[in-house]
Design a protein around this ligand. Structure first.
Ligand code: PLP
Length: 474
């Protein structure tokens, strides 16, 4: 059944999208009296929005109607794992006791430290790592942290010639970016049939290699079945193997990165463990390492002490990568998710993530060039423009997949339904793909027409970007 969708559109008389900011609706100035603070720290008055509670509530509901989220419908954005964020984890994170000042003493925050410690242990067990830091605030920040740990390791070994980080051509953009920000030259190697080309890898690694970064299953959803040989080549060159954990959802409970030969990894808790995507933060991207690298972990780390838990600075720590112990409220949600699902639930997650992707692909009238895939696949829009097709899918009430990446598939539609979606929803999604792919060119080129924001002028957006909110009258 094709769904008909019209997104709410609050607009002004000119039909421009419009929901005024709170102070634009109404504001009032109130005098500040009797402040206990010194005069030079106080103001005579403050101006605040002046609205009734229903006006306030409607403002936020309207803004939410102008957006599309996982609670609106399916969101199969490949690589991003936009799974449902269960409210029970939100509830756990909003109990009063969760709001602990991070400067409080260890003695008075044993519960907090115990939770952090147990999450470190859960993640280490899931990843097959020896220790995990919870500090980095996103996957990309985890990559940066992991690469700095590799750098500290080489430095400690007096190995100063390692100036390059090697990545495959299917790597997520954050991999080369993190390596470059950490001061490395990036060497890209080509793929062979959608997998790492072992000859190209062998030729690329050597005395100057600081690390090889890889995700498995890779960006095409294809499992790197030569992973043991890959690990051997990289280790023989004296470099650690870095695991980009963004695709861990496909393997949960089945294969552990540590057992595949990876030495450093990050976990995207918003992809694998149901915490909300932070829109660049505040999220969490914990990093796991094997025993040789534990002493380099960021400061502070949580460990068991006599009868309790404490924070300490690892011996050769790379230092701080975030304030205090990381984004605590996000970490609670990841902990709650893992504890609630348990081993059986995590196994079920990866089984259904893979099953859902394979079922969805089987319902599409589009070609999927690389197989067998796991939790995601890359379909080709072929002679259609992938982003036009994606924009038309918006009109059909679903979020489209990731488009035009990875480059090795023409007009790529990188699709990851996640385990959260039912067969009914997958059928709706398949219908949206197939309907859009069958549409006349004019319709595709003018889409979307039923969403709050219509097709934007991409050239003007790039040439004259408006990077902050401006009132329409300005
Ligand atoms: C999402 C993603 C990242 C970056 O993670 P963030 O948490 O978004 O910073 C890295 N690699 C891959 C393959 C990803 O999908």
């Amino acid at each position: 059944m094709t769904i008909h969708y019209d997104q709410a559109r609050w607009s002004d008389a000119e039909d421009d999208i419009y929901e005024p900011l709170l102070p634009e609706k109404s504001q009032q100035t109130v005098a500040v009296e009797d402040s206990p603070l010194p005069d030079d720290l106080t103001r005579d008055s403050v101006t605040l929005p002046d609205l009734s509670e229903p006006e306030l509530s409607r403002h936020y509901v309207r803004l939410s109607q102008h957006t599309y989220g996982v609670e609106s419908g399916p969101y199969p954005l490949g690589s991003c794992t936009m799974k449902y964020n269960p409210p029970f984890a939100e509830e756990v994170a909003s109990v009063d006791d969760a709001f602990v000042h991070p400067d409080r003493s260890a003695a008075s925050t044993q519960g907090t430290l115990a939770l952090l410690y147990r999450l470190q242990e859960y993640l280490a067990e899931i990843g097959g790592m020896d220790a995990v830091t919870l500090q980095p605030p996103a996957g990309a920040a985890g990559e940066f942290t992991g690469i700095r740990i590799a750098a500290a390791y080489h430095e400690a070994n007096g190995d100063h010639e390692r100036t390059e980080v090697v990545v495959p051509d299917t790597a997520h953009g954050t991999n080369p970016a993190s390596a470059a920000v950490a001061g490395y030259d990036v060497v890209e190697i080509p793929s062979e049939d959608g997998r790492v080309d072992l000859d190209a890898l062998e030729a690329a690694v050597g005395d100057t290699t600081a690390a090889f970064m890889l995700t498995n299953p890779n960006t095409l959803g294809v499992f790197e079945r030569d992973i043991e040989a890959i690990a051997e080549i990289v280790h023989d060159a004296g470099a650690p193997l870095y695991y980009d954990g963004a695709n861990l959802n496909a393997l949960l409970g089945r294969v552990r990165p540590g057992d595949m030969g990876f030495d450093i990894m990050h976990y995207n808790v918003h992809k694998t463990f149901g915490t909300p995507h932070g829109g660049g933060g505040p999220g969490a991207g914990p990093v796991g390492v094997v025993s040789d690298l534990v002493e380099f972990l960021p400061d502070p780390h949580v460990r068991q002490s006599d009868g309790g838990f404490e924070l300490y600075t690892p011996e050769r720590s790379i230092g701080k990568v975030h304030g205090f112990s990381g984004n605590w409220l996000v970490l609670i949600k990841a902990y709650a998710y893992i504890a609630r699902l348990g081993e059986e639930g995590l196994l079920d997650t990866s089984a259904k993530a893979v099953l859902n992707a394979n079922y969805l692909a089987s319902q599409l009238d589009l070609d999927v060039p690389y197989e067998p895939f796991h939790h995601e696949f890359v379909a080709s829009a072929d002679d259609l423009d992938a982003s036009d097709l994606a924009k038309r899918m918006l009109d059909l009430g679903v979020h489209p997949p990731t488009t035009k990446w990875p480059d090795i598939v023409d007009e790529a539609l990188m699709t990851e339904p996640t385990e959260s979606e039912s067969k009914r929803t997958l059928d709706q999604l398949a219908d949206a793909f197939n309907t859009a792919a069958d549409e006349d060119e004019e319709i595709l080129e003018s889409a979307p027409n039923r969403t709050t924001a219509r097709r934007i002028d991409q050239t003007s957006a790039a040439r004259n970007p408006r990077l902050s909110w401006q009132a329409l009258d300005d």
